[in-house]
Write a protein of this length. Sequence first.
Lengths: 109, 226
Amino acid sequence: MERERGAYGGKTESTGNLVEVKFFATLRLALGVASLFLPLGKPVTVKEFLLLCSQKVGVDIDKKLLSGETLLRGTMILVNGRNILHDKGLATIITPGDVVSLFPPAGGG
Amino acid sequence: MDIEEKFFSRHSPLIGEENIKKLRSSTLLIAGLGGLGCTVATLLVRLGIGRLHLVDSDIISPSNLNRQILYHYNDIGKAKVEVAEERLKAINPAVKIVKHKRKIERRFSLPEGIDGVVDCLDNFRSRYILDEFIHQRSIFMVHAGVSTYFGQVTTIFPGKTRSLRDLFPAVPDKVDPVFPPTVLIVASLQAAETVRVLCDSNGKLLNRIAIVDVLTSTCEIIEVKD
């Protein structure tokens, strides 16, 4: 499994034009990657960002998480710890230096 | 030193006599006696919790035995709440157990006098109902969930954190396989957080989600902001 940063990341300071993307839980299994840095020349929406992630990872992340303009149930996307559903959804803006976390909560007990 | 004093002698130096007393005078409700619930209940009883309300409608099946540590082969077909009570009282006869052989659903009402809830359920449909109940009572809930090699723990505290539904909206329910050590590790974190919240009214996982990854033996924290 690819890992570009240590596991105990906590709050990470991204630098320059990089955005840190952290995949959690079963998304790691599905994508085979725990985290990565993505260079970003200008602010983009979450939807555009997922397309960039797909190109970087080589897996259609956007198709796994989206149905058209809708985020499928079951995966939280947080930009700097803030759930995009409490912001502007897929239109939420990601800028260089942000930390994006993608987390599907586990439901079993 | 009598048996009761010796019982807590290996952890009372860590958490203090005052907190031992606090645990003894506390009442918790454990929702769900599956993998998480078995380990959480066991730890809380060993730590000296005074009273537990146990809620589960299920009977023990063979597929439970890989991770539900209170149950044995010969218990298959018995009610979880009955066997759990017997085993927990065998560990510490001082614990008071109140059994609720039923599901968490709208017509269920939280018992009076509970200090908090431990969410060991296996579906979000029931969790969202429990979430509403704890907000009506203004009591805390320590949530956990597990799937495959992963799990999360977080504390819901009315007025201090988002609700569970707000934090994890519209999570679909599905039955995933689970690696048994994942369940015990996540449940142990959940029990530790529960004791922290009981003892200092705060805890370490308010507005934070601890995510356990047993594949890489790591735990990461997501800081959640409004």
